[in-house]
Design a protein around this ligand. Structure first.
Ligand SMILES: Nc1ncnc2c1ncn2[C@@H]1O[C@H](COP(=O)(O)OP(=O)(O)OP(=O)(O)O)[C@@H](O)[C@H]1O
Ligand SMILES: [Mg+2]
Length: 242
């Protein structure tokens, strides 16, 4: 019995909504969407936390514009607020060094980070999931109560094929799916909408490919004015947010 398991849900119990952004597929926009979601929630006066669960390739700190902030220690560790979002990431501890972990070490790190992080009185916790269905994803699905999954995919058969595996897993485990968000659309397509309909999943809408976002990564004020963010805000506003 791992004593940390009893602390983890205790730490999270006052949070109104825990939304994990996942796909199964890599490179579809999970990190940029989860970070933007956290920024938009906090812009709308919700106390919001963001947890980067990608231990091998954390990137939320780049999008959020983190500099040299570090968590403070006080009966656990308190995530610093970056652009109004309480942010926790393995990046604080590894910076830009690789973190080649195996099975049990990943599980251990997941449990440790969640057991020590004090989210205090946040209302929303957004979790950026890594690609695949590795140990940290399985830990998240198994250990955290009260979570909902927001699925991201591109309009590609290759992406949907992998997404479908995560969807099946979530359905088997009875984990609620908020809906499926189509990202990086470059031409008209209905494959994601069709997939959502066939699988009785809420189709949230689509975000076109936006060539401008790359140059505003980390420049929050300019980033928040991009078409990408405005499109996402409109969808989230209508479908899940406020
Ligand atoms: N709508 C969009 N328009 C243009 N570029 C986008 C869009 N969405 C995401 N991108 C870009 O696509 C790349 C992948 O996005 P991101 O890192 O968020 O994906 P991911 O699913 O988190 O990837 P990984 O599986 O590696 O964690 C990034 O360079 C990001 O800036
Ligand atoms: Mg990512």
């Amino acid at each position: 019995m791992d004593p940390r398991l009893s602390i983890i849900n205790e730490r999270l119990k006052n949070i109104e909504r825990i939304i994990a952004v996942g796909s199964g597929k890599g490179g579809v926009g999970k990190s940029i969407i989860s970070t933007t979601l956290a920024l938009l929630l906090s812009k709308n006066n919700k106390l919001t936390g963001l947890f980067d669960l990608d231990f091998q390739g954390p990137t939320c700190h780049l999008i959020l514009g983190a500099k040299d902030e570090f968590p403070t220690e006080e009966k656990g560790i308190k995530p610093p607020q970056i652009n109004s979002v309480y942010f926790m990431s393995i990046y604080y501890f590894t910076r830009d060094n690789p973190l080649p972990l195996r099975g049990w070490e990943v599980t251990n790190l997941f449990r440790e980070l969640l057991a020590i992080t004090r989210w205090d009185n946040i209302e929303y916790l957004i979790i950026d999931m890594p690609p695949g269905v590795g140990d940290e994803v399985l830990e998240l699905l198994k250990l955290i109560n009260k979570k909902e999954i927001l699925i991201v995919t591109t309009p590609s058969i290759l992406s949907l094929n992998t997404v479908d595996k995560l969807v099946k897993l979530l359905k088997n485990l009875n984990i609620p799916i908020i809906g499926i968000l189509e990202n990086m659309r470059v031409q008209p397509s209905d494959i994601v909408k069709k997939y959502a309909l066939e699988n009785k999943i809420n189709y949230l809408g689509y975000i076109p490919f936006d060539y401008s976002i790359e140059k505003y990564i980390g420049e929050i004020n300019l980033f928040m004015k991009t078409k990408f963010v405005l499109n996402l805000e409109k969808i989230l506003h209508e479908k899940i947010l406020f």
